[in-house]
Design a protein around this ligand. Structure first.
Ligand code: FES
Length: 231
């Protein structure tokens, strides 16, 4: 397990406070686009924020200056205790091995992005024997913002990952009429309030509504509470 912060680019979790971002990580927005049936099919770029070397992002969900922290966490008595498993991703997953591809699935990391279904569910597509199944399987799996779902090529034993530069995006989910998590991409180091270095991953989603029961990760609670800018 990787347990030593190594990168200058990192997100440091404040105890019952914000995410402190350092290293000049670009910040933008990604808006989930749905098809006619309401299934998530892609993300569209929204705003891009001016580049800053350091900034603090709201984690309690109550800032009046979202996405940035304005100190409200102290007034509302935010409890940001990190409750998520710290085991590496592969130790948390169910493994579904198909004829050509394998799916790994860590359900506790689900951020309710709903990218897994538009052309058949990835749990079925992984069992498809040919390329017509492979293409939607890989696309839908790679679209999963949280990295709950990962596709693996049986021939090479390698995972199939989208290429991302280190960046953070604010997810919006118009189909559910709510804001979503922070989307960390490209291997940004996440460090816990007590100094624990979480496994570095290409895709991670962090709770910014304050309601997740799997902090620091998003568990989809933002949809249930109708998280928005007015909170
Ligand atoms: S942002 Fe998804 S649970 Fe808080």
């Amino acid at each position: 397990m990787n347990n030593k912060p190594s990168a200058e680019i990192q997100v440091q979790i404040g105890k019952n406070g914000p995410y402190r971002v350092s290293g000049g990580v670009p910040l933008g927005e990604e808006i989930i686009a749905a098809d006619g049936g309401g299934e998530s099919v892609a993300c569209q770029h929204g705003r891009t924020f001016p580049l800053q070397q350091q900034y603090a992002l709201c984690r309690c969900g109550h800032s009046s200056h979202k996405p940035f922290c304005d100190g409200t966490h102290a007034k509302v008595g935010f409890d940001g205790t990190e409750t998520a498993s710290r085991a590496p991703y592969r130790e948390q997953t169910k493994v579904i091995r198909g004829p050509a591809m394998t799916l790994t699935d860590a359900e506790s990391l689900c951020a309710f992005g709903r990218f897994y279904d538009p052309n058949g569910s990835v749990w079925n597509l992984v069992n498809g024997p040919d390329r017509t199944d492979r293409e939607p399987f890989v696309r839908q799996t790679c679209n999963c913002p949280s990295g709950r779902l990962v596709a693996w090529d049986n021939a090479s034993g390698e995972s199939v990952e989208p290429r991302y530069e280190p960046s953070i995006s604010l997810v919006q989910d118009p189909a559910k009429e709510c804001l979503g998590p922070l989307w960390l991409r490209g291997g940004v180091q996440l460090v816990g309030a007590e100094g624990f270095a979480y496994e570095v991953r290409n895709r991670m989603t962090l709770c910014r509504c304050g309601a997740s029961k799997n902090k620091p990760f998003c568990d989809g609670a933002h949809a249930a509470i109708g998280f928005d800018d007015q909170r």
